[in-house]
Design a protein around this ligand. Structure first.
Ligand SMILES: Nc1ncnc2c1ncn2[C@@H]1O[C@H](COP(=O)(O)OP(=O)(O)OP(=O)(O)O)[C@@H](O)[C@H]1O
Ligand SMILES: [Mg+2]
Length: 81
């Protein structure tokens, strides 16, 4: 999970990423933030679909498979169940 979230953040950040963790209302959380262009509100469901990449450019330097966030969301789901 962290490898993918931090990898994404490093790829898109302008200068800075912030990784934090804590407990809020009895629930543990981890947060990975970056100061890049972000994910438009309308695409926030789409990025969890396997093989979906917003820039659709697997060959560029930013290239990945679009699988990371779908795996991250499954791992997170299995942790809460
Ligand atoms: N921190 C971010 N800032 C901006 N866009 C992001 C960020 N994280 C993810 N995205 C967008 O969501 C898409 C899906 O992310 P995901 O991690 O699933 O795939 P990937 O990083 O492209 O490839 P993979 O993780 O399989 O190597 C990315 O291609 C990108 O378009
Ligand atoms: Mg990724």
């Amino acid at each position: 999970m962290f490898q993918n979230l931090a990898g994404n953040a490093l790829r898109y950040a302008e200068t800075t990423i912030i990784i934090s963790a804590g407990v809020r209302k009895g629930n543990a959380f981890v947060s990975v933030e970056d100061d890049g262009h972000g994910i438009p509100e309308a695409d926030r469901e789409k990025v969890f679909i396997p093989f979906s990449r917003l820039d659709d450019s697997r060959t560029r330097a930013s290239g990945g498979y679009g699988l990371g966030l779908s795996i991250v969301s499954r791992i997170a789901f299995l942790m809460v169940v």
